[in-house]
Design a protein around this ligand. Structure first.
Ligand code: ZN
Ligand code: ZN
Length: 376
């Protein structure tokens, strides 16, 4: 298949393209003054472009929402800066973000950068956006708009997983450390949950120890930050979940949001027999999959048999209940296909504790009462 062979200019001397200009053996150096080529693909590119006069960087990722791209961003950004500016001080390179009012504005070198992927639509655009956002302190919307405005006839559309990662990148103050993000960003946890964990657990090919990496442990260490909170079993006070694995949700509030209503249809028909408004209060607390739930969630223990239609082709259960690992009391439930809080909000997947079966405590082990600001 032949891809679009155009080079699209973004802001400054940075171009985006498909792989086609390289397959066409274009003299990019002569025609566009391109010095640096960043290939965001797992495919090999023609050797010509990997040596003098070019500088080449390969970023091996697929165009999938489950691919984690954040850790690649700093290297790409630094290479772009180094290429397009003359002698940048180490200080500027380290922080990447060049202030607009910088006393000594770096001058342009005259060299250009090409970021390409397979079609020039998702992966290359993602890295161009990451650079523009960081360099000019732009939102993702503004960075995308800048690229689209200059090239109205081409589609620039990072996949939804990349979009979410770029939003998190800005929101977290340019954090690319995924282990740190897990601690500081509920939005990262929600992304990871929706895109990565679910696909890992559903792909039967994953080795068991690979699966374990996707189950979080809850740490009850003494060094908790001030905002830490935990959820303990109401019966035996074992720690079941904490703020580090908690996935917040907001009740649906748009008037026409169907999630706001519980609609009951007549048996096997679309005829509505009852409509009830969602409650204002939430009865469920959603979390990441935790190690203590592992046996239930990957369902090696198929003895707790439930309905056949609640199983997938591999005969694995898709939903079930969660019992306290210590005392065995029922504390919640799970459903890979999704579940609904009393407020009406759909969560996919839904791994939840029942608010009525747990107590929320702060880092000093003090109970957080429902009227407290910190209560969830
Ligand atoms: Zn809710
Ligand atoms: Zn218990």
């Amino acid at each position: 298949m032949t891809e679009d062979s155009t080079l699209y200019r973004t802001l400054g001397p940075i171009y985006i393209s498909s792989i086609q200009p390289l397959l066409d053996n274009e003299n990019l150096h002569q025609k566009y003054k391109i010095k640096t080529i960043i290939s965001v693909t797992k495919s090999d590119i023609p050797l010509t472009y990997t040596k003098e006069p070019y500088v080449h960087l390969q970023v091996s990722v697929d165009d999938l929402p489950t691919e984690i791209i954040l850790p690649f961003i700093p290297k790409v950004n630094q290479l772009i800066l180094k290429t397009i500016y003359k002698s940048l001080s180490k200080d500027v390179l380290d922080r990447s973000l060049i202030e607009e009012n910088e006393v000594q504005k770096p001058s342009l070198s005259g060299d250009a950068v090409l970021i390409h992927c397979q079609s020039g639509v998702s992966r290359s655009v993602t890295f161009a956006c990451a650079y523009l956002m960081n360099r000019h302190n732009l939102s993702l919307t503004h960075a995308l708009h800048a690229i689209r405005r200059n090239n109205p006839n081409h589609t620039f559309q990072p996949n939804e997983g990349f979009m979410e990662q770029l939003e998190i990148y800005k929101e977290s103050g340019w954090c690319v450390d995924v282990s740190k993000l897990r601690k500081i960003s509920p939005r990262w946890r929600a992304y990871r949950m929706e895109h990565i964990i679910t696909s890992m657990i559903h792909s039967g090919t994953t080795a068991d120890d690979g699966k374990d990496n996707n189950f979080s442990t809850i740490e009850n260490s003494t060094e908790k930050d001030a905002n830490w909170f935990g959820f303990k079993c109401a019966k035996c006070r074992s720690l079941l979940a904490s703020s580090e694995v908690y996935i917040p949700h907001s009740p649906p509030f748009e008037k026409d949001d169907k999630q706001m209503y519980f609609i009951k249809n007549a048996f096997r028909s679309k005829r509505v027999v009852n409509v009830q408004r969602g409650h204002n209060e939430c009865t469920l607390i959603f979390t990441e999959p935790l190690l203590w739930m592992r046996n239930k969630l990957v369902n090696e223990d198929s003895s707790n048999a439930i309905d056949a239609d609640m199983r997938n082709e591999d005969n694995e259960a898709l939903e079930g209940r969660l019992d306290c690992y210590k005392c065995g009391a029922k504390v919640g439930g799970w459903n890979w296909k999704g579940g609904r809080c009393s407020c009406g909000k759909w969560m996919v997947p839904a791994i939840n504790l029942l608010k009525s079966k747990v107590i929320q405590t702060d880092r000093n082990n003090k109970m957080i009462l429902p009227n407290d600001d910190r209560a969830v």
